[in-house]
Design a protein around this ligand. Structure first.
Ligand code: SAM
Ligand code: DTB
Ligand code: SF4
Length: 343
């Protein structure tokens, strides 16, 4: 990079960087992808997938809710918001040993990433003392550590980075113009600021959203454009299909055409060629055939284990049977890969 480029980079404010990066994938260009004939879209997504990854390999990430329910936010999709009567029982932060036991089990079942989720608006500094210990413990097991704890304040991302956190998950959830229909207790800009903090602390970014919340195709394109225009785009992109939970405002929403979900995966793959695109919540409802199409469209990561945070996920055995049926291998850790290479 020339010295001129470095000076320019250093002078950019996060907002300016975002405006500049917004030109990488204007919403109209992303929408054009969505509107391609299905087979053409799938073909292009598969090309990009093959240029950047082994298409026969998928990553397994296991989730654990380390602090469940009682959340003060009003996210219209979420069973953990205290204000909705969803039957979720609030639980305080889990003990370190309980978390590590779950992480050991995840590793034994073949997961390489362990993601800890907490139903917080944002963590308190004293909460982070505990989460740091969990991150260290998970790393000692040889797993990648990911956390999703809500908005981060100044200095908190640095603390997590120092503990060894590999990824921080914070979703933009939907397009900016649809966002206020879904959440009122935090703004889009707050999310972008947390993502900046994570990136600046040197933690890898996991950021995606939810489809099937009643958004238009243009708004699905708007979500993908926002994520793809983060500079750089996230290393991990979870695409969640809304899990409709009785008691939440979004329960009873008209279901999304499954092919539109597959298109969303394909468009994420094309616009973020090197990202791990994760086929996330909602797999149980999608069924095997649609999941297989999502893998064809470039999804190369799944949440693996019988539970997401509070809702169900396909049984681990059923997932293994599906992957086997499709001839898809599981990604190993780098350590395991070396061991295999050395015989
Ligand atoms: N409280 C933290 C936050 O909101 O950032 C972390 C946990 S929160 C449950 C993580 C993400 O899960 C949300 O941003 C949303 O994208 C996803 N999610 C929550 N409920 C969902 C549902 N019913 N269906 C699909 N995705 C959901
Ligand atoms: C993400 O994008 N999806 C996961 C993870 N990040 C934390 C959460 C899905 C939650 C689905 C609803 C539940 O189980 O409570
Ligand atoms: Fe709280 Fe996160 Fe659920 Fe929103 S998505 S209500 S912040 S747990």
């Amino acid at each position: 990079m020339s010295s001129q480029a470095i000076t320019f980079h250093e002078l950019r404010t996060p907002a300016a960087a975002r405006a500049e990066a917004a030109q990488a994938w204007p919403v109209e260009k992303v929408l054009e992808l969505f509107e391609l004939p299905f087979n053409e879209l799938m073909f292009r997504a598969q090309q990009v997938h093959r240029e950047n990854f082994d298409p026969q390999e998928v990553e397994l990430a296991t989730l654990l809710s380390i602090k469940t329910g009682g959340c003060p936010e009003d996210c219209g999709y979420c069973p953990q918001a205290a204000r909705y009567d969803t039957g979720v029982t609030a639980q305080k932060l889990l003990e370190l040993e309980t978390v590590l036991e779950a992480a050991r089990a995840a590793k034994a079942h073949g997961a390489t990433r362990f993601c800890m989720g907490a139903a917080w608006r944002s963590p308190k500094d004293r909460d982070l003392d505990h989460v740091e210990a969990m991150v260290r413990g998970v790393k000692e097991l040889g797993l990648e550590a990911c956390a999703t704890l809500g908005m981060l304040e100044e200095g908190q991302a640095e603390r997590l980075a120092a503990a060894g956190l590999d990824y921080y998950n914070h979703n933009l959830d939907t397009a900016p113009e649809f966002y206020n229909d879904i959440i009122s207790t935090r703004q889009y800009e707050d999310r972008l600021n947390t993502l900046d903090r994570v990136r600046n602390a040197g933690i890898k970014v996991c950021c995606g959203g939810i489809v099937g919340m009643g958004e238009s195709r243009k708004q699905r394109a708007g979500l993908v454009a926002q994520v793809a225009n983060l500079d750089p785009y996230p290393e991990s992109v979870p695409i969640n299909h809304l899990v409709q939970v009785p008691g939440t405002p979004l329960y009873g929403q008209d279901p999304l055409d499954p092919l539109e979900f597959v298109r969303t995966i394909a468009v994420a793959r094309i616009t973020m060629p090197k990202a791990r695109v994760r086929l996330s919540a909602g797999r149980r409802e999608l069924g095997e055939a649609v999941q297989a199409m999502c893998f064809q469209a470039g999804a190369n990561s799944i949440f693996y284990g019988d539970k997401l945070l509070t809702t169900g996920n396909p049984d681990a055995d059923a997932d293994m049977a599906l992957l086997q049926k499709l001839g898809i291998r599981v990604k190993h850790t780098q350590v395991d890969a070396k061991m295999v290479a050395n015989g």
